[in-house]
Design a protein around this ligand. Structure first.
Ligand code: HEC
Length: 197
C-alpha cells in the first residue's frame, strides 16, 4: 500500500469513528421528553399502606461526591415525611451502578414507622445519562446495540449496570444514619422567603 492510500484509509477510519461517536453525543435524541429530568425520583417500599418519593439530584451522583453525607427528605404522604441518608462511599457505589437498600428515619409526625428504599444504581444512571434523550425507550436494551450507543460512557461497571440494573450486587458499605430533623436547602429557602415577607 502506498502512502496516499494509507492516508486515505486512516482518514476514512477517523470519519467513520466520528460519525459513530456523535450518534449519542450530539444534542438530539430519538424521543426527547417534554420535561427534562435533573434528579432521579425513587419511590419507597410501602409501610402502613403508603409510600413516599425522594429525589436524588444528578449533580450529587458522581465518582468523587462533593460531600461526606447526602440527605434527602421524602415527599409528604398522610401528613408526614422521612429522611434518607447516603454516605460518600454509598454515593460512589450508586455511581458505580450498585444497588443500595437504605432505611429511612422515623416519620416527622404520627405513628412510628420507617420505609425501605431500594436504590438501583443502573436505573439512576439511566435517568442521568440516557433519559433526557430517549425517555424510557432504551432501558434494558440488547447488549450489543446498547454498547455501541453507550460509547460516551466508558466505565464498564456503569455500562453493565445500565444494561442489566438488577444483576449488579448490593452495596455492603456501612449505612449512613439519617437525621430526622434534616431540612433540605429547598425547605430552607422556603423558610427564608417566608421570614423576609
Ligand atoms: C444527547 C442525546 C443522547 C444521549 C444522552 C443518549 N443517546 Fe442513545 N441515541 C441518541 C440518538 C440521536 C440515537 C440514534 C437514534 C436512532 O437510532 O434512531 C441513539 C441511539 C441509541 C440506541 C439505538 C442504537 C441502535 O443500534 O439501534 C440505543 C440502544 C441507545 N441510544 C441507548 C442509549 C443509552 C443507554 C444512553 C445512556 C447511557 C444513551 N443512549 C444516551 C441520542 C442520545
Amino acid at each position: 500500500m502506498n502512502i496516499i492510500s494509507k492516508l486515505v484509509t486512516v482518514l476514512m477510519t477517523m470519519i467513520a469513528m466520528t460519525i459513530m461517536l456523535i450518534g449519542c453525543g450530539a444534542d438530539r435524541g430519538d424521543n426527547i421528553p417534554a420535561v427534562k429530568l435533573t434528579a432521579a425520583a425513587i419511590v419507597s417500599e410501602l409501610a402502613n399502606g403508603h409510600g413516599h418519593n425522594v429525589e436524588i439530584p444528578f449533580t450529587d451522583i458522581s465518582a468523587s461526591p462533593s460531600a461526606d453525607l447526602f440527605q434527602y427528605r421524602s415527599s409528604d404522604n398522610t401528613g408526614h415525611s422521612h429522611v434518607i441518608a447516603l454516605s460518600k462511599q454509598q454515593m460512589v457505589d450508586l455511581n458505580n451502578g450498585m444497588r443500595l437498600t437504605v432505611t429511612s428515619s422515623l416519620p416527622s409526625s404520627g405513628t412510628a414507622h420507617t420505609h425501605t428504599w431500594n436504590l438501583v444504581g443502573g436505573n439512576v444512571l439511566y435517568d442521568k445519562y440516557c433519559y433526557n434523550c430517549h425517555t424510557n425507550d432504551k432501558r434494558g436494551q440488547d447488549q450489543n446495540r446498547m454498547q455501541a450507543s453507550l460509547r460516551p460512557l466508558s466505565d464498564p461497571n456503569q455500562i453493565n449496570a445500565i444494561i442489566n440494573p438488577v444483576s449488579v450486587p448490593l452495596s455492603t458499605s456501612t449505612p449512613a444514619i439519617p437525621d430526622p430533623a434534616f431540612t433540605s436547602s429547598v425547605q430552607l429557602q422556603a423558610i427564608a422567603a417566608a421570614l423576609i415577607k
